[in-house]
Design a binder for this molecule. Structure first.
Ligand SMILES: [Zn+2]
Length: 96
């Protein structure tokens, strides 16, 4: 009778990018470790920064569009012929 080696099931930690035993106790031990906790904290911080940056970019874009809109309105007021159509278009454009 031959014996052959069967490997234990493994658990892949996406955050640490390492394999560990798939036993529940080993997974819990890994997740309670300092290395895993620090990676988790870094991931959350990174996501928070990305979200904050995106929100800021959206706000800046809206501010820029509003500045352009105001300048265009002023420009149209100086040119009576274009003002009717231009003012109508600018008031009905949704910048969001
Ligand atoms: Zn981990």
């Amino acid at each position: 009778m031959t014996t052959y080696w069967i490997s234990n099931k493994k658990y892949w930690c996406k955050m640490c990018k390492i394999w560990c035993d798939a036993k529940l106790s080993q997974i819990k031990k890994h997740k309670s470790g300092n290395k895993h906790k620090e990676k988790y904290k870094n991931l959350i911080d990174r996501n928070r920064k990305i979200k904050y940056t995106q929100e800021n970019n959206d706000q800046n874009r809206l501010l820029e569009l509003n500045k352009i809109r105001k300048k265009a309105l002023v420009s149209f007021k100086m040119k009576p012929r274009a003002s009717l159509i231009g003012t109508f278009l600018l008031k009905n454009i949704n910048f969001k």
